[in-house]
Design a protein around this ligand. Structure first.
Ligand code: NAI
Length: 261
């Protein structure tokens, strides 16, 4: 007999940036565990491809929404549409994010700073504000519960040189998740942060191609390899499931041991 709480049948999961990378790794595991999955991403074509791939391997409903999470109005509209289509949201992962560094902090362009903040911080704020609004209304109507996740980064807790804007957004996501956790516990809603280490996705394509990285960074990862999107399936399923009903306000560092070595 399998452990029942990991069966997500009947639950609805929303993953922003779920059309590729870490978000796709989460969406795939959620769908395979029985959840219906809504994917929000900027690129409609990529959304369609992800939905087609997920629909092939799972039975549950999967749908994509073209939405820029940095756009407050678009996020509200997408949440209304998602709720119309699925009836509810039980789990939301605010994963959409962009990189954006500079040659040095003293030369950090303001437009890059603003753009990184708008996606990585505003985007998480808008997405989870809409999600929590729905979960609180649902709880007040007699149906409490839910789980929300912000995808942060090791950059939040380690010094990320030439990456001050990105690091600041990720530190802020951790703080936001802790605040959401305390405020929403009374509604049965948990809030946690996931901190990926070095993961092989489009975001890190330059690092993956850099010999210095292969020689100096990856050998420092105790697991001796790049992380992969599928390494995030387990934490997504756990946090979406009733198995994590008493787990809130925490940081899940998924980095092959890099932060402790
Ligand atoms: P990726 O570049 O492969 O995927 C990013 C996803 O976010 C894509 O689906 C993209 O369409 C979406 N996205 C970007 N801007 C958007 C916007 N304005 N509106 C809606 N969707 C948007 O990146 P990856 O690596 O999968 O990153 C996912 C999250 O994990 C990000 O928040 C990133 O900061 C974080 N992370 C990644 C690490 C890595 O090594 N790859 C390390 C630490 C954190």
């Amino acid at each position: 007999m399998t452990y029942k709480p990991f069966d997500l049948t009947g639950k609805v999961a929303l993953v922003t940036g779920g059309n590729r990378g870490i978000g796709y790794g989460m969406a795939e595991a959620l769908a395979q565990s029985g959840a219906a999955v809504a994917i929000w991403g900027r690129d409609a074509k990529r959304n369609d491809e992800a939905v087609a791939a997920l629909s092939n391997e799972t039975k549950g409903k999967v749908k994509g929404y073209a939405v820029d999470v940095a756009d407050e109005t678009a996020v509200s509209a997408a949440m209304a549409e998602t709720l119309d289509d699925f009836g509810r949201v039980d789990f939301a992962v605010a994963n959409a994010g962009i990189g954006g560094g500079a040659a040095s902090f003293s030369e950090f362009p303001t437009d890059v700073y603003r753009r990184v903040l708008s996606v990585n911080l505003d985007g998480v704020f808008f997405t989870l504000r809409e999600t929590c609004k729905h979960m609180v209304e649902r709880a007040k109507a007699g149906d409490p519960g839910g789980s929300v996740v912000g995808v942060a980064s090791l950059a939040a807790i380690e010094g990320a040189a030439r990456n001050e804007a990105y690091a600041a957004t990720k530190g802020a996501v951790i703080s936001m998740m802790k605040s959401i956790a305390v405020e929403h516990a009374r509604y049965g809603v948990r809030a946690n942060a996931v901190l990926p280490g070095w993961i092989a996705t489009d975001m890190t394509s330059m690092a993956q191609a850099a010999p210095a990285f292969a020689e100096k960074v990856i050998p420092r990862v105790p697991m001796r390899r790049w992380g992969e999107p599928k390494d995030f399936g387990g934490v997504a399923v756990y946090l979406a499931s009733d198995a994590s009903a008493y787990h809130s306000g925490d940081l899940f560092v998924i980095d092959g041991g890099y932060a402790i070595f």
